[in-house]
Design a binder for this molecule. Structure first.
Ligand code: UD1
Ligand code: CA
Length: 477
């Protein structure tokens, strides 16, 4: 198609039924605001310009959308304020001053997130720069929607809104999705002629259909089967339903690549809202993911990686052959987390930003690791904390041991050289270094560097007192 495409996204409505302080179009689907999903469709179509119509909470919506980019890069995003909101026709009117007459306008709704690119491309092609093209769908329960009224010969005559429809019209099951493609110069002319003499006293965009028919401009309905693509979000139930549909699409795409999901209905991949990074799960061959896992931001799983049930994994790279056992929590935030080849993590482990585990490292239950490197073959199997530490190869870090890395103001590093054995329940008070091949006895509080190859103890010496007598209770008479 040679005509430039401009996109108008309607997002001025209030969304009362969400019963939320957050504007409806900023409610999240797969961790991403609804309106971003819509703006990305525009980006995918290589739109020349996108005009977002805002009204309720306009400042908040605009602030959230500035700089939003699609996978294809940024696009020219403009805003148009609709105040007050007098209907969808009135909304589009606010955008028209920012649109050029040589283009084709695609009208989208900010609360309809799952329309697919090929559907929109087909709609644009149906318009062909000369016709008014409507995206429609047949619904078993069309209540509430605008109905497509056709003449005896099948030609589209007009759209009648549910509230204005007769009983016979309400029986029509083909509905208007809220999405249309139309040459800008025609839309401009028609929108100027809209009137609000209807049940809701609104300027209905849908009335342009009758105006087109009256002028002899052809109107085509592009009817699709997949209702999810035109489903809008009006309440929390619909949002949850679309979340499932969206997640199912992502799950299907992964299974298509060969990823084995124990249950595609219990799989989640979300954007990292806090960092504004896209949900992206990159899997090598033979990856297995058990039920109930949540992946957030960018996560890479190497060949043969197994992820057990109910793990939360965010912003991390898990290398080939690693096994993440159930209920493990990994969040690399900005710094990232790396789990080395053949490592075993979990169950119930917690890896925080800057945790870098080498090959065949073992991290067990209730072990927390932050900003620390564990070299190949190191093990921390039970109830431990490693923060700001460098742990050498084959180190065994005992149950209940911690690095005291924070003095209340600054953080300090702990260095544990290769082949060290740290006994149970030790406190390594940083900054401190434990020399290679050394052993730290259980229960030690280590405040000074320990030389290599020796046993270091930092605790009270055990004594057993022979002259001691157990206190006796006074005799009662
Ligand atoms: C609209 C269509 C209806 C269609 C349905 C599909 C009209 C008159 N009716 O109805 O035929 O079946 O969508 O979901 O167009 N908005 C504004 N400003 C306004 C009013 C609405 O920006 O003054 C925005 C809303 O935020 C929303 C979109 O337009 O994103 C649709 O508005 P909504 O009130 O949901 O329209 P419906 O009555 O559902
Ligand atoms: Ca609606």
């Amino acid at each position: 198609m040679t005509m430039p495409v401009d996109v108008v996204v309607m997002a001025a409505g209030k969304g009362t039924r969400m019963k939320s302080r957050i504007p409806k179009v900023l409610q999240r689907l797969a961790g991403r605001p609804l309106v971003f999903h819509v703006l990305e469709q525009a980006g995918g179509l290589k739109a020349r310009r996108v005009v977002l119509i805002t009204g309720h909470d306009a400042m908040q919506v605009e602030a959230a959308c500035v700089g939003v980019a699609s996978a294809e890069g940024t696009f020219d995003l403009k805003f148009a304020l609709q105040q007050p909101q007098l209907g969808t026709g009135h909304a589009v009117q606010q955008a028209l001053p920012q649109l050029q007459d040589d283009g084709l306008v695609l009208v989208l709704s900010g609360d309809v997130p799952l329309t697919q690119r090929d559907t929109l491309q087909a709609l644009l092609a149906a318009s062909g720069g000369a016709r008014l093209a409507l995206l429609t769908v047949r619904l078993p329960d069309p209540a509430g929607y605008g109905r497509i009224v056709r003449a005896a010969g099948g030609q589209v005559q007009r759209i009648v809104e549910h509230k204005d429809a007769s009983d016979a019209e309400r029986a029509i099951d083909e509905i208007y999705s809220g999405i249309m493609a139309v040459p800008t110069r025609l839309l401009r002319r028609w929108v100027g002629q809209l009137r609000n003499d209807n049940a809701q006293q609104e300027y209905y965009l849908t009335d342009v259909v009758a105006l087109a028919v009256a002028e002899g401009v052809p109107v085509v309905a592009h009817c699709i089967d997949d209702a999810v693509q035109v489903a809008g979000v009006n309440n929390p139930l619909q949002l949850a339903e679309l979340e499932r549909a969206c997640q199912r699409r992502q799950a299907d795409a992964l299974m298509e690549q060969g990823v084995r999901l124990a249950d595609p209905a219990r799989f989640e991949l979300r954007d990292d809202a806090a960092r504004g990074t896209r949900g992206e799960l990159l899997c090598a061959q033979d990856v297995e993911i058990d039920v109930g896992c949540i992946f957030t931001g960018r996560v890479e799983l190497g060949e043969g990686v197994q992820v057990g049930a109910y793990c939360c994994i965010a912003n991390a790279v898990i290398e080939a052959g690693a096994v993440i056992q159930p209920f493990t929590h990994i969040d690399g935030e900005k710094a990232g987390v790396q789990v080395g080849v053949g490592a075993r993590v979990g169950p119930f482990s917690r890896l925080r930003p800057g945790a870098v585990l080498g090959r065949a490292v073992h991290v067990g239950n209730f072990v927390e690791i932050k900003n620390s490197q564990l070299a190949d073959g190191a093990k921390a199997n039970h109830l431990a904390y490693l923060g700001d530490a460098s742990v050498g190869e084959r180190v065994n870090y005992g149950a209940g041991s911690i690095t005291a890395n924070y003095d209340g103001v600054n953080k300090h590093r702990t260095v544990i050289e290769h082949d060290v054995h740290v006994g149970s329940n030790c406190v390594l008070v940083a900054p401190v270094t434990i020399g290679a091949d050394g052993v730290v006895g259980a229960g030690s509080v280590v405040t000074e560097d320990a030389p290599p190859g020796v046993l270091t103890l930092g605790r009270g010496r055990q004594v057993s007192k022979t002259e001691w007598h157990r206190p006796a209770k006074p005799l009662k008479n």
